[in-house]
Write a protein that binds this ligand. Sequence first.
Ligand code: ADP
Ligand code: MG
Length: 460
Amino acid sequence: MKVLKFGGTSISCEQNILNVKKIIESIDEPVIVVLSALGGITDQLITTANMASVGDNEYEEELSKITARHLNLIEGVISCSQLCAVEVQNKVVHLLNELLNILKGVYLIKDLSIKTSDAIVSYGERISSLILSYVIKEAKLFDSRKFIKTEKHFNKHIVDFELTNWLIKNTFVPLPKISLVPGFISSDKETNEVTNLGRGGSDYTASILTAALDASVLEIWTDVDGFMTADPKAISSTYVIEHLTFNEAIELCNYGAKLIYPPTIYPVYHKNIPIRILNTFNPNTSGTYISNEQNSTVSGKSLIKGISSIDDTCLVTVQGLGMIGIIGINYRIFKTLADNDISVFMISQASSENNTSFAVRNADADLAVKALKEEFALELEQGEISDIKAEKELATVAIVGENMKRTPGIAGKLFGTLGRAGISVIACAQGASETNISFVIKLQFLRKALNSIHDSFFLS
Ligand code: ADP
Ligand code: MG
């Protein structure tokens, strides 16, 4: 048995859906197919909700575009019978009417809570999976809200794995030949209200199912030939990486490779079940294989495996000569950030201990500075800490590869390349595992940095 996940671009139009149908029906063994919303729909739902929440009555117009897109699609893909097409149309219209009522409420009250917003975005996957269940007639449609259960942690919904795994094991018996599951959506384990696993969460839904049911592989079907040496939208000379270890994939995804939603890798990694990245539009290429096999046994020709980047970076720095003597300063910095639900993706500390810098998203920067200024008010007043400041318009770049730990001189090559390109490094960090070097530069140099590093490590 295997689990397949198709992203939004894979099911964005009539032709693509028929492509997906062909891929699914050509598989001999039982499959669970996890589906995203049609490409672009989640963004459109968010826009519509935001319009309604500020009292812009054009939200109705926006919703009718969403309705038209789905109804046109049904006309194009449902071939079973006229009766069948009417039946699915009625079901979709019913769901969209429900959605319209929620949006009307948002418009009248001019308030969009997280709970309401979660309800609104859930319609994308609920409708796409419903339509696909009519396209692939022998498939059985499941409702993931019944078995992916979350609880609230800070401001996020996190999966209750014990309950979820138990429910999944009891849901897929007997296992149908083809099961269809809407990705992304889940429900609160206490209130049963709809929640979700975050943007890109369909990948995670698929991984949770793979691990809970001990499937043989998780296949992520998308719009590129595999995991590439860098984002093909940023660099043109990238090529497909044949094999990645789980660690390498985790590092690349944590540092911005949007191809896989980062939490996806953990459930399958713990079960040692491989992931394959495949292209819906080029199904015969072998894609990228992600497993725990070490590179030497598969292929280990280059010093690094890939480059990824986060363009939304702000560097917050806490500095002062008096910091050297203060015990627990880092503890207090990171506890303050955690208490404010701010996630940090890179940390760098000078060895003299008079300066700690860390990278956060721009949206979190002002809150981080404010909270830290409150926490260290006394030290700031006494001059032990001289400044807490945020520098915006930056980008973080990471180079990743397990071979790095066996090879001296990689940092030299990296920084030499950046130096020759005239790009100065504002902060950098290397994990003790030596599978990653990450650094922060000015955002305006990002494309140049990616190109220079890519040329230097992969093309020369
Ligand atoms: P889906 O709709 O299938 O979930 P996503 O848009 O989430 O697709 O992810 C696929 C995209 O990820 C690609 O189109 C590509 O632009 C981007 N991407 C970023 N980094 C990489 C990388 N290293 N290799 C391949 N694709 C990448
Ligand atoms: Mg995705």
